[in-house]
Design a protein around this ligand. Structure first.
Ligand code: 2AL
Length: 247
């Protein structure tokens, strides 16, 4: 199968990192096509970043559709533009936060989220509420590591992240850790080994869920909520997305 793995920010280093994480867990028959938009923020850490990145991300969904991919993955922990992407895609679209919550809930009584900046904590709370995972989560913690600082592979960054994971386990009662940024994907295995609890990287989780959907022949229901957007006049870009049918 072919997976369109999208890093919705414009940091190329992060795109390469998540491609490597995805390839390390993918089946030999899975082709990972990793890309990022050509315009938009270098990192997504606010509602503003997310809105600007979302339109660019939808262009990358469209490119993946043209390449006839079998699934799309949105590799940013806010799951930006997930509903819109599901409307315009003809194959499943998986967000890394939703994927991580699903797998974490299978291997722990309660999982903790350890993320980047404090200001992204409300976004994690909204995701838990939206997907109905509040009761599975012991709480979200921020490291105050900026997304782009995760490109720095120094031991200090790793230890800051590990320290917050330890607090999540010891103080909040987490029995698994969900990493709250795609840029942490390369650190999951070492953290799991040292913390002795499951550590879930959403990128890997999303790849395995995409492969499962493909093997089971399951696709997004295109009748109802995720049907193509209604056909209407668009000025400038995006004219071609509308449905010709009334839904
Ligand atoms: C993220 C992420 O995964 N990618 C990005 O640019 N920002 N997440 C986050 N919590 O800051």
């Amino acid at each position: 199968m072919k997976i369109n793995l999208i890093n919705p920010n414009t940091c190329i280093g992060m795109t390469e990192k998540i491609a490597s994480s995805a390839k390390s867990v993918a089946l030999a028959t899975t082709d990972i096509i990793a890309s990022s938009p050509t315009h938009g923020p270098e990192s997504i850490e606010s509602a503003f970043d997310e809105v600007i990145a979302s339109a660019a991300l939808l262009d990358v969904i469209r490119q993946g559709e043209e390449q006839k991919v079998d699934a799309h993955i949105i590799a940013c922990f806010g799951d930006p533009a997930l509903d819109a992407a599901r409307e315009i895609a003809t194959v499943p679209v998986i967000g890394i936060a939703g994927a991580a919550f699903q797998l974490a809930s299978l291997v722990s009584y309660r999982f903790g989220i350890v993320t980047t900046m404090t200001r992204t904590l409300p976004a994690s709370e909204h995701l838990l509420q939206r997907y109905g995972y509040q009761h599975f989560c012991s709480g979200a913690r921020a490291t105050d590591i900026a997304v782009l600082d995760l490109e720095d592979t120094s031991e200090d960054i790793y230890l800051e992240l590990k320290n917050e994971c330890e607090k999540s386990i010891q103080i909040d009662g987490a029995e698994a850790i969900v990493l709250g940024c795609a840029g942490m994907s390369d650190l999951a295995a070492r953290l799991a080994e040292e913390l002795q609890v499951p550590v879930i990287d959403g990128v890997s989780a999303a790849v395995k869920l995409a492969e499962s959907l493909y093997q089971l022949g399951l696709n997004t229901c295109k009748i109802g909520q995720y049907g193509l957007p209604l056909n209407k006049a668009f000025h400038g870009r995006y004219q071609h997305w509308g449905s010709s049918k009334k839904q």
